[in-house]
Design a binder for this molecule. Sequence first.
Ligand SMILES: [Zn+2]
Ligand SMILES: [Zn+2]
Length: 766
Amino acid sequence: MAHITRYTRTITLSYTASLANHLKNQRLDQARLIFDKIPSPSLHLYTKMIAGYTRNDRLCDALKLFDRMSVRDVVSWNSMIKGCLDCGNFGMATRLFDEMPEKNVISWTTMVHGYLKFGRVELAQRLFLDMQVKDVAAWNAMVHGYFENGRVEEGVRLFEEMPVRDVISWTSMIGGLDLNGKSEEALFVFKKMLRSGVEPTWSTFACVLSACAHAVEFNLGVQVHGHVVKLGCFFHEFISVSLITFYANCMKIEHAHKIFNETLIKNVVKWTALLTGYVWNNKHQDALRVFGDMTKMGVLPNQSTFSITLNACCGLEALDKGKEIHTMAIKLGLETDVFVGNSLVVMYTECGNVNSAVAVFRNINEKDIVSWNSIIVGSAQHGFGLWALIFFNQMIRTGVDPDEITFTGLLSACSRSGMLLKGRCFFEYISRYKSNVLRVQHYACMVDILGRCGKLDEAEELVRYMPVKANSMIWLALLSACRVHSNLEVAERAAKHILDLEPNCSSAYVLLSNIYASAGRWADVSRMRVKMKQGGLVKQPGSSWVVLRGKKHEFLSADRSHPLSERIYEKLDWLGKKLKEFGHVPDKKFALHDVEDEQKEEMLSFHSERLAIAFGLVSTVEGSTLTVMKNLRVCGDCHSVIKLMSKIVGRKIIVRDSGRFHHFKNGICSCSDYCDNNLFDPVKKRKSYNHVKGSETEALMETEQVVPDRHKAGVARWRKLRKMEKKGGNWGLKLKLEYAIVLCFRNVAAATTALFFLGNARAKLK
Ligand SMILES: [Zn+2]
Ligand SMILES: [Zn+2]
């Protein structure tokens, strides 16, 4: 008999060992097979198996096993309740807690913790008050929960009321204050803690370092650094990451890199912390180098790594690098992740490739508000106003609530595409129903919309009767509209307001002086120049650049410093001849200097964007898309020249100026000349849109006088696609049709009609 018992015990022991092993490696089904073989499993084994299930999100199996238990102790109850909370089944946890025969302080604390985790602060409070016996862990859970839920004052009050405080209480308090943006107070509490004689642990130090990083308390941080080295917890994961972040935040990126080099295990978290540090310090090139080193070491990037590296690409406007990183994300299956996807969308729109941005956006699995905002703002930046509206519609249909950024994106889409009516509707809607998100930038956008469409009086009125005082940004929007419409009267008033608010605003002087210049009032122009000189203000020189293989090639006007200068000017010469053949006459209005006509022409033809384009043409593959960035707005003459250039060289040229993106292709720009540099009168254009009704042909004919070249190409393409579609097209064709409508017509009314037809076609297909 005795040896049988001994035998059973040995068997059980070996089973228990392999069960633990399977559970540790998440082989739950194998673990269960072993569990079922054990003759009469102990309570401890049951609890272990249940915890294994809940840790792997298999709550059903856990509950079934729990039901099978004939005897349960308080530990198994607690573990089951905790499991329900971990799996997010809040109702089941509450039910079990109510059914539980004897609750100990851990059961109560687990529930309090669970309520707080789900943001049910009131329920947690009630439970906490009901507790007969409260140990320090329960108090800590409550304090921690208050901070996690952003209820700082209550957290602080409860901490003050605590009868006994241990190191966890102090650490929760420090971490909580830091989490809620009160880093300086957190450091104050840390000093109080030291005075009270409580010994800090490594996790206290990690919290303190984070607070030092946020409050940029360099000296204290360095002291803490010394302490952790003395205490021997320097190599602790959290400590080294916090140190890297701390030094990077205090602009000591070299120190941060040194800390990184000193750590033993360089995992993805540490690499990402270092990368983030470089990006924060605006050292994008170095950040990309660090990323390269990391992948060379065989460390796989995670979502945060991708996101921050894409940020670096944005900072460098390095589309080719961004594409490389995109490819890597696809290989790791992270392209559809919302975090990575959002960063990709921003990278592509910022670097000028809006089509890829849309493609990435469509692939994001669970789109959040950031995804929608990024694509709406991106479309607006590129002047694809209709896209922005379509995305907004989709966003509403998916039930995502728009916020202030969404509305800023929409309004700027309206302003960049000259959609006055839509803009008015949105603005009305925000002021009436969403006044809680109405911000000063929405007013600026609305002023911009009205101003661009020539409604200068209405714009001025809006500024005067705003509920808050207008800032200089709003007056500047009005002033630039005055420039488009050569309205000196309003311009002078607007400029006065700006200079009252911001006496050193050089943009105001420059804009006003440009308005005087195009009106030929040279005396006023020189008066402005003198004023600027007296104020020590310098006009920002126009510069354009191209990023090639991660290197930035920058050009000023008439710049001859680039090594390829000779070839660039040869190319410009050649282009100049071709332009003349195409009948281009330089528009000297844009030279804006009081000089002879011939000289003006000379100045125009060496504007920085032309040099950058010529450089791009001589140093990239024929036929590829060329992307050029500029710090100021592209002038009207360059705009029409670049249009012709795109036709001459047969390449797509994308130019990002300070206002927006221009996509030049085949002699047409995506903004369809709807930029304020062209003295193009949007009012006339609007009029022709507004009374477009009747048949779609009429609608299309109407636009013919407005944008002839664009219109012809658009109509031809649209008709061809419609014919093909009528013959029984497919979905790909439908999409192309939609694309054609959006791309080829600036005309909203015509596009709406076209979309209506498309809708019919779709309905028939269904
Ligand atoms: Zn120019
Ligand atoms: Zn344009």
